[in-house]
Design a protein around this ligand. Sequence first.
Ligand SMILES: [Zn+2]
Length: 242
Amino acid sequence: MNEAIQIFLTLQNYDIRFNELEQKSKNISKSIADLEMNIIQWDRKIAQEKEEVQNIKLEIQKLEKKVQTTEETLAASKYQLALTRHSKESGILTKKIEDEWLKMSQKEELLLGKMLELDTKETEFSTLLQTAQSAILKIQNEQKDQRQHITDLEKNKSEIQNKIMAIRNILQENHAHWLKYYDRIQGIKMPRIAELRSDNICGGCYLKLSNYNNQRVDSNFPFIICEFCGRMIVITAELSTT
Ligand SMILES: [Zn+2]
């Protein structure tokens, strides 16, 4: 096969390899970002649960204050009752004490309920915290591995890039026209250089070339351009003689 074609095919192989590495690198970056999102979700969950615990604690504080106020009112009423001599006033105070007592026991019951709720919530929270911490640690380790993977890929990419540059320099010197064309068809899905298949079929788009014979370039440089997809078509020595 023509040496220039060999060089072009080598360039194409490196370009394909480079694109693959770049794609891999992108995918891993996305995966790292997804993992970061996971950590954020865990953090949110922790914050949310923590807030719930905090809210119950606040409710408990409020209830404790209410119980205390009621206790004080109750004590004051009892004191007043001890001092009063009038039976009518005594009756009113006794009723008030009963009411306050009832209120207090209701509040104490509420308080007890809240305390139990807090207990449950705190247990749940500490379980969540443990689960989250080990999950986050696992995610962070995974991210670390992936970052290392990206570093390796980048190194590999720069090595390939150097090879690509060297090959391009050679082609630029001797086959600038075709190199320019190769770059112009960048948007075409790889391979940009395809082989001519039997029966004049383009190896890239699998359509039959109608004017294959008219398009033939000299045998020193047997590329032709597919009239359908624009790919550079290699005519191997064997095929070009048929
Ligand atoms: Zn084609």
